[in-house]
Design a protein around this ligand. Structure first.
Ligand SMILES: *Cc1c(COP(=O)(O)O)cnc(C)c1O
Length: 479
């Protein structure tokens, strides 16, 4: 499988690319040199017999059957071994990895949050941890991952990368802005290859520092700076798997259609659903749910894509969805415009120079229903109401992000189409909101009791690029 950039297209089209790229190459690369994102040249399409064969597969076997079509430069036996190591009941609590809980007829929750940090990001990140170790060992290379987090990504990356050889993680987080549980999950890790840096500022300051360091190409090369952010293709492809798993769990035959509701931020999770659909999984609707930061909802309703400024980005009770622009959206855009990278280039130029674009009068816009996307949003009050409703009606505790998805799902439900709502985090991560909604703290697994009281290790510093670089230099050069 060859990969193309959303902005350059086929290798032959007079670009600077000298050869087609494969999975392992783009895995560590992040953005393409032209500023675009990598996508496979085509999506493998599964036939009825292949889908039927997948029905009875275990999670790791299913993951192999999907991912090997994209990671064609990893020998099959090696990929199998990596997936068998990743998707175990020990790490994810059940053999099913992502079990489905049925609330009532045709209304289900896909439980994706049973990994080490209690958010769905673990599903992809745990795979990435093993994959990075494998690829780096083969290349005899090292990587220093530099990231910024508002909470979930950082802890998920750290728990996936801890103790892995060839990998160090420098994770920037906004000082005293994460939930106590999120901070404890990161700062109580005492691993040599995990370095926590709390920046005196907000999440965007952290992100700006990461960008500044990555734009210093000399520093980036010398200190082997890499990323595991949500545009990483390895993460997207791992997320495709649970859409299949859920589809098979709620249907008996491949003639049935299923809809999915996805609490969305950077558009990584729901993009994986889009890819599953392009591969032939019978998905009816893909429901993009946002909170008050509704840049995606606005696009799917109006055709206008208008990334917000930092000052316009609201702090909400579903903080992992508080984004100003949806990084992975560009990948869907390429599919929407008949895979013409010149169009994507022009649209992204408008984003950079004119603050956004409007395709409501373009021939692309009427195509949207053919991709199954619809959208909606929730307010804080509506999420609280949904959490109470789900507890009262079904005796299940859901977190604020999952509540967002469920709220929008209920608005678009069709009587005869199973609706699967993706659970993206467990309530324990966001205790204060749960207390507000239900008047009590959510049940917490024994393994996490008292985690906030463990000794913490974190370096606090001013929001200053030079200070962060200095920290990287000291650690990497062993000063
Ligand atoms: C990351 C995250 C999201 C948003 O997912 P995207 O892939 O960025 O759209 C939603 N909910 C939770 C709990 C998250 O951690």
């Amino acid at each position: 499988m060859n990969y193309i950039s959303t902005r350059a297209g086929a290798v032959a089209a007079g670009t600077t690319e000298s050869h087609a790229k494969h999975f392992c190459e783009i895995l560590l690369e992040g953005l393409a040199p032209d500023g675009g994102l990598y996508l496979p040249q085509t999506y493998p399409v599964l036939n009825d017999a292949e889908l039927t064969a997948m029905r009875s597969m275990s999670y790791p076997d299913l993951a192999y059957d999907i991912i090997h079509r994209y990671a064609t430069d990893i020998p099959g036996a090696d990929l199998k071994a990596i997936l068998n190591k990743t998707y175990t009941a020990k790490v994810f609590g059940t053999e099913d990895i992502t079990p489905v809980k049925t609330l009532e007829r045709n209304l289900h929750i896909l439980q994706c949050s049973n990994g080490p940090t209690l958010a769905f990001k673990d599903i992809a990140m745990q795979f990435l941890g093993h994959l990075f170790e494998y690829v780096l060992a083969k290349k005899n290379a090292e990587i220093n991952i530099l990231g910024a987090t508002s909470g979930d990504t950082g802890s998920s990356a750290e728990h996936a990368m801890k103790g892995k050889s060839g990998v160090r993680v420098f994770m920037l987080s906004p000082h005293e802005k994460m939930s106590p549980f999120q901070a404890a999950q990161m700062f109580s890790l005492h691993e040599k290859n995990i370095i926590n840096i709390a920046v005196k500022g907000v999440f965007d300051d952290c992100q700006d520092i990461v960008k500044a360091v990555s734009n210093d190409l000399e520093f980036k090369a010398k200190y082997k700076i890499g990323a595991v952010n949500s545009i990483n293709w390895g993460r997207i492809v791992a997320q495709v798997v649970y859409y299949f798993k859920a589809y098979f769990a709620v249907t008996k035959s491949n003639t049935e259609k299923v809809s999915f509701a996805v609490p969305s931020g950077n558009f990584g999770n729901v993009l994986a659903g889009h890819i599953a659909r392009m591969m032939g999984l019978p998905i009816k609707q893909l429901i993009v749910a946002t909170n008050e930061n509704d840049v995606l909802d606005e696009f799917f309703k109006t055709g206008k894509y208008r990334p917000r400024k930092t000052a316009e980005t609201k702090q909400t009770s579903s903080p992992s969805m508080d984004i100003s622009k949806a990084s992975n959206f560009e990948r869907f855009l390429l599919d929407l415009v008949w895979r013409d990278p010149a169009v994507v280039r022009e649209l992204m130029r408008k984003v950079d120079h004119e603050g956004g674009f409007d395709i409501s009068h373009c021939p692309y816009w009427p195509r949207l229903p053919a991709f199954g996307f619809i959208s909606g949003n929730s307010s804080h009050a509506e999420r609280m109401q949904t959490i109470r409703h789900v507890w009262a009606q079904y005796r299940m505790e859901i977190d604020t992000h999952t509540a967002d998805g469920l709220k929008v799902a209920l608005e678009h439900r069709e009587a005869d189409v199973p609706m699967v709502c993706l659970e993206t985090a467990l309530p324990t991560k966001f205790e204060a909101s749960m207390v507000e909604a239900l008047g009590r703290k959510p049940a917490r697994d024994k393994a996490f009791e008292g985690i906030e009281d463990l000794p913490q290790r974190v370096i606090v510093m001013a929001a200053d690029v030079a200070l962060v670089k200095g920290c990287v230099v000291r650690v990497v050069d062993g000063l």
